[in-house]
Ligand binder design. Structure first.
Ligand code: AP5
Ligand code: MG
Length: 214
C-alpha cells in the first residue's frame, strides 16, 4: 500500500504518519523531515534549502524528488510508503508517478486532511517535538502524559521548528493554496482521493484513515 497524506501546514500529516507507522508497519517518507536532517548535517542540499525553508517557500522539485527516489530505493519492496508533504507541485506529482513505476509500486490512496485554516496557526505555533526521537506534541491539544517527559522515549529535551512562526506559516499556507492544492484534480480523475475531517481529534482522524486503508 502506497499513500499520500495531503493537507496544508499543521493539518496533521506528521502526526497521522507516525500512527500509521506504529499500527501498520508502513514507512513515513517526509520530505520536510529529510530536508531538516540535511540542514542539521549541513550537507550541500541542506545548505541550499535552509534559507528557502526559513522563508516558508518551496525547495526545488529536483531536490525533493531525488530525496524520495533515494529513500524508496532503500526500502523493502513489501513495505508500504506514506508520502508526507510530497508531492507539493504538479511537477513533483509527475515525478512521483515515474519514481513509483521505477520501483514497481502503484499509488493506492490520496488522503486529504481537510482543515479550517484559522485553526492552523494555533496548531503550528503550539507544536513541539522530542529532540531525541522526534515524537510530535502540542502545548494544549496533545501534550506529553507527564509534563516535560516524552511519552515515546522518556527524553526531557524538546525542540521547536524555526519555521513555526506566524509569518512563515502564512507564506507556507499561500504556497499550499497556489502550488499544492492544484494537484488534487489530477488524482480525483483517477478516483483515488478520499477526504477526512482533519479537525476531528487525533484518534478519530486515525480511525477514519484506517477505514480507508481497510
Ligand atoms: P513540512 O515539514 O512538510 O511542513 P508542512 O507541510 O508545512 O507541514 P507541517 O509539518 O507543518 O504540518 P503537519 O501536517 O505535519 O502537522 P503535524 O502533524 O505536525 O515542510 C517544511 C518545509 O520544507 C516547507 O515549507 C518547504 O520549505 C520544505 N519542503 C518540504 N517538502 C517539500 C516539497 N515536497 N517540495 C518543496 N519543498 C518542501 O501537526 C501540527 C500540530 O498540530 C502538532 O503540534 C500536533 O500535535 C497538532 N495536531 C495534529 N493533529 C491534530 C488534531 N487532529 N487535533 C488537534 N491537534 C492536532
Ligand atoms: Mg509535518
Amino acid at each position: 500500500m502506497n499513500i499520500i497524506l495531503l493537507g496544508p501546514p499543521g493539518a496533521g500529516k506528521g502526526t497521522q504518519s507516525a500512527g500509521l507507522v506504529e499500527r501498520h508497519g508502513m514507512l513515513q517518507l517526509s520530505t520536510g523531515d529529510m530536508l531538516r536532517a540535511a540542514v542539521k548535517a549541513e550537507t550541500p542540499v541542506g545548505v541550499k534549502a535552509k534559507a528557502v525553508m526559513d522563508r516558508g517557500e518551496l525547495v526545488s522539485d529536483e531536490i525533493v524528488s531525488e530525496l524520495i527516489d533515494a529513500n524508496l530505493a532503500a526500502m523493502d519492496a513489501g513495505t508500504g510508503a506514506i508520502f508526507d508533504g510530497y508531492p507539493r507541485t504538479e511537477a513533483q506529482a509527475v515525478d512521483l508517478d515515474a519514481i513509483l513505476a521505477k520501483h514497481g509500486r502503484t499509488l493506492d490512496h490520496v488522503i486529504e486532511l481537510e482543515v479550517n485554516e484559522d485553526a492552523l496557526v494555533e496548531r503550528i505555533t503550539g507544536r513541539f517535538s522530542c529532540a531525541k526521537c522526534g515524537a510530535l506534541y502540542h502545548d494544549t491539544a496533545n501534550p506529553p502524559a507527564k509534563e516535560g517527559v516524552c511519552d515515546s522515549c522518556g527524553s526531557t529535551e524538546f525542540k521547536r521548528r524555526p519555521d513555526d512562526n506566524e509569518e512563515t506559516v502564512r507564506t507556507r499556507m499561500q504556497e499550499y493554496r497556489a502550488k499544492t492544492a492544484p494537484i488534487l484534480p489530477g488524482y480525483e480523475a483517477r478516483s483515488i482521493v478520499t477526504r477526512v475531517d482533519g479537525m476531528a481529534g487525533i484518534e478519530d482522524v486515525a480511525a477514519a484513515i484506517d477505514g480507508i486503508l481497510s
